[in-house]
Design a protein around this ligand. Structure first.
Ligand SMILES: [Zn+2]
Ligand SMILES: [Zn+2]
Length: 225
């Protein structure tokens, strides 16, 4: 990935925290020390009780897609309100993170900010919801803990574009010289010599395929879009 350009927010504080560099595996049981895990014993089970948590953290590994994602270890914040409901615990929250991507048109690296919201019910063990739904439909409490990591991963990944762009109107690359069109003057063009003249031009030491804006040549000119 090439160097970053565009807006890098200078005041973004890097939270140095212990992060698990193990690849994420949802089958592993809840790690109570994970910043994504909340202990609902602090909440109580009477419907209507609620608590709010603010969790600054370092982003976990492999959060994103190939071309764009949240860099591992970059600062990220989770804000979540959990509320006891009859069938379980309802978590409503948002995630803010830094994104780093590679433009699908001009291939430069760029950064962006991400903010996504989520709402997720975590069913109590043995609740009617738990008995009548599948685990991949409705999340479960694991003992007294709820793990927001799978939820956060889903909302982050679903919010990412399949073709990331450095800016919405990125013009891409010049198909002749491969330079980034947004870095070139607006009238950038290549004059193609008629093949019949090319041999002659070569003999006189001119570039045969690429003579930039050579007004002397009276051959057809292919202006690039
Ligand atoms: Zn671009
Ligand atoms: Zn060009």
């Amino acid at each position: 990935m090439s160097e970053l350009c565009c807006t890098v927010r200078p005041n973004f504080r890097v939270v140095v925290a212990e992060i698990d560099s193990q690849p994420y595996d949802p089958k592993v049981t809840v790690n109570p020390r994970s910043p994504f895990v909340l202990d609902t014993r602090e909440l109580g089970r009477r419907p209507g009780l609620s608590r709010t948590y603010e969790r600054p953290m370092a982003a976990p590994a492999q959060l994103g897609l190939d071309m764009i994602g949240v860099p591992e270890g970059s600062p990220m914040a989770l804000t979540v309100r959990i509320e006891s409901v009859t069938e379980g615990v309802l978590a409503t929250g948002s995630v803010t993170a830094e994104l780093r991507g590679e433009c699908g048109r001009c291939l430069i690296g760029f950064t962006d900010a991400l903010e996504v919201d989520f709402v997720e019910l975590f069913a109590y063990p043995n609740s009617l919801t738990e008995k009548t739904t599948d685990e991949d439909e409705v999340s479960r409490l694991e003992g007294d803990h709820l793990d927001l990591e799978p939820v956060v991963r889903d909302v982050v990944v679903l919010s990412l574009p399949l073709t990331p762009l450095c800016q919405a109107d990125c013009a891409g690359l010049c198909s002749d010289c491969g330079e980034r069109l947004d870095d070139l003057p607006a009238d950038h063009t290549h004059t193609q010599l008629d093949p019949r003249w090319a041999a002659l031009a070569e003999r006189f030491g001119e570039a045969s395929s690429e003579s930039h804006r050579d007004t002397r040549s009276e051959t057809r000119s292919d202006t690039q879009p």
